[in-house]
Design a protein around this ligand. Structure first.
Ligand code: G16
Length: 539
């Protein structure tokens, strides 16, 4: 039943910040998924005795791609697949299943926060036995393989029924279809004080969780409504749909606009949250109040002792370089380890495995801990609920008291989308060459203290990664420039701005950052080079 099929390479199968992401229309081309998967299997080598976890966020093409992966895994000699029922599994749940079963890795079919559907995006995230996504050295090898792949192996059998939980066999490979929610719920129960959160809801506390018609709906319904007792209807858009019902499942102020409008209305619940397509990102809101992801990381870290699983102490904390410096001040106050890594959750994995850090987070709405090796949307929401239950304070009170204690990092990200790739690359190259000449120069009242590329030397595997350009000012303000690695067409230039104040805690972030935005445009020449004077998306 095993067939070997001849194929020719696609030139564009290089993974980005988190796996392979392309337009659905690209991925549905003949042999596109097959070439990519065969390249991965070729790089792994001997697959006998190996177990992989497979699932996805339910987006368009999930069902077709998953069948191809199952049949190819069997034909390539994989011993066992653990698959989420109906092909569903969130990215954090997948990481947990890999670790719990000591599996050799896993594949989550998702383009994360990118829109889905026939005209949207599709993607494949590949994790290894750490439960985290593979390091760049491995993805480089896979890319090289995609450039020479000439045949793939597939089991020529009818589709596997993934609707029923249980065991089955295919071409000598064992398949275990599991409920993707159960293990995840148990893990959360082991971390947080479910009794305290239940009491909070029993006392009348209200929340709205927007699952954005993506994979976290079933997880959120189970945990927030069924177990913790949030009022029925607290979880909205909870049915995963192939096109996310037309929503763009990116939990931020721009794309989660139904939730944002609701939370900024007079009908707002006490707490609001959203997750992304595959459940690893989160957004936290209070009534008429938004918590930036950078602040959220700092606040969670500062309050670790309120959470049962962390109350004995945490190793340390890490953030991506582009994320605001808010958590650095918390790390200093608590005397714990502090690390700055390139953008990409995979850079946290070595730090967690070597017990250097417990928490980590990014400005791109990702927060997590060493309970798994991915960021975790529902974990972050439960962390906030647990703090609220333990401290008896609102989201706004907790955040304002945090600023009172540590000062406030005004922080925003400006995205210039759909830029011609050659123009974006040239802009970054020219900027990198120019930055060393800026040191000591003053722009308006801002004096440059240092400027250059961000280079990360991993303390564990000693690899070195260059990612983004940073301009630091004498007053602690910063500009970070990067090209996104998660888009599916053209280039997106990201400009991250930060300004710190110990005294001015109630200003409008956009106003506080107006001057730095102007300086950022002047230094980079983005308007002249791209024709864009305003960002397409501001978060
Ligand atoms: C991925 C990565 C994150 C990264 C984000 C944005 O998240 O796992 O580490 O911060 O992309 O990356 P970029 O700025 O390169 O677009 P996700 O949720 O998309 O898997």
């Amino acid at each position: 039943m095993i067939k070997t099929v001849a194929t020719t390479p696609y030139t564009d199968q290089k993974m980005g910040t988190a796996g392979l992401r392309r337009k659905s229309k690209v991925v549905v081309q003949p042999n596109y998924v097959e070439n990519f998967m065969q390249s991965i299997f070729n790089v792994i080598g001997n697959l006998k005795g190996k177990t992989f976890v497979v699932g996805g966020d339910g987006r368009y093409y999930n069902d077709i791609a998953i069948q191809k992966i199952i049949k190819m895994a069997a034909a390539n000699g994989v011993s066992r697949l653990i698959i989420g029922q109906n092909g569903y599994m969130s990215t954090p749940a997948g990481s947990n299943i890999i670790l719990k079963n000591k599996a050799d890795g896993g594949f989550i079919l998702s383009a994360s926060h990118n829109p889905g559907g026939e005209n949207g995006d599709f993607g494949i995230k590949y994790s290894n036995e750490t439960g985290g996504q593979i390091p760049s050295a491995v993805s480089d090898k896979i890319y090289a393989q995609t450039q020479i792949v000439s045949e793939y192996k597939i089991c020529d059998v009818p589709d596997v029924d993934l609707s029923k939980i249980g065991h089955q066999e295919l071409c000598g490979m064992q398949i275990d279809v599991i409920d993707p929610v159960t293990d995840y719920v148990e893990m959360m129960r082991g971390i947080f004080d479910f009794d305290a959160i239940s009491k909070l809801f029993a006392a009348g506390f209200t929340m709205r969780f927007d699952a954005m018609n993506a994979v976290t709906g079933p997880y959120a319904k189970k945990i927030f409504e069924e177990i913790l007792g949030a009022p029925a209807g607290s979880v909205v858009n909870y049915r995963p749909l192939p096109d996310f019902g037309g929503l763009h499942p990116d939990p931020n102020m721009v794309y989660a606009k139904d939730l944002v409008n609701f939370m900024f209305s007079d009908q707002a619940t006490d707490f609001g949250a959203a997750n992304d397509g595959d459940g690893d990102r989160n957004m936290i809101l209070g009534p008429k109040f938004f918590v930036t992801p950078s602040d959220s990381l700092a606040i969670l870290t500062d309050n670790f002792s309120l959470i049962p699983a962390y109350k004995k102490g945490i190793y340390g904390v890490a953030k991506s370089a582009a994320t605001s410096t808010a958590v650095e001040r918390v790390a200093k106050e608590h005397g714990i380890g502090y690390y700055e890594v390139p953008t990409g959750w995979k850079y946290f994995v070595n730090l967690m495995d070597s017990k250097r850090i417990t928490f980590c987070g990014e400005e791109s709405f990702g927060t997590g801990s060493s309970h798994i090796r991915e960021k975790d949307g529902i974990w972050a929401v439960l962390f906030w609920l647990n703090i609220i239950a333990a401290a008896g304070k609102s989201v706004e009170q907790i955040t304002r008291e945090h600023w009172q204690k540590y000062g406030r990092s005004y922080y925003m990200r400006f995205d210039f989308e759909g830029v011609d790739t050659a123009v974006a690359d040239k802009m970054m190259a020219d900027l990198e060459a120019k930055l060393p000449t800026l040191s000591g120069k003053t722009f308006d009242n801002y004096k440059v203290s240092a400027a250059g590329a961000f280079i990360y030397n991993d303390p564990v595997d000693h690899s070195s990664t260059k990612n983004g350009l940073i301009v630091r000012f004498a007053d602690g303000s910063r500009i970070v420039y990067r090209l996104s690695g998660t888009g599916s067409s053209g280039a997106t230039i990201r400009v991250y701005l930060e300004r710190y104040s110990q005294t001015d805690l109630r200003s409008d972030p956009l106003k506080m950052l107006t001057e730095i935005f102007r300086i950022a445009m002047q230094i980079s020449e983005i308007p002249e080079r791209t024709g864009k004077h305003q960002a397409d998306v501001i978060t």
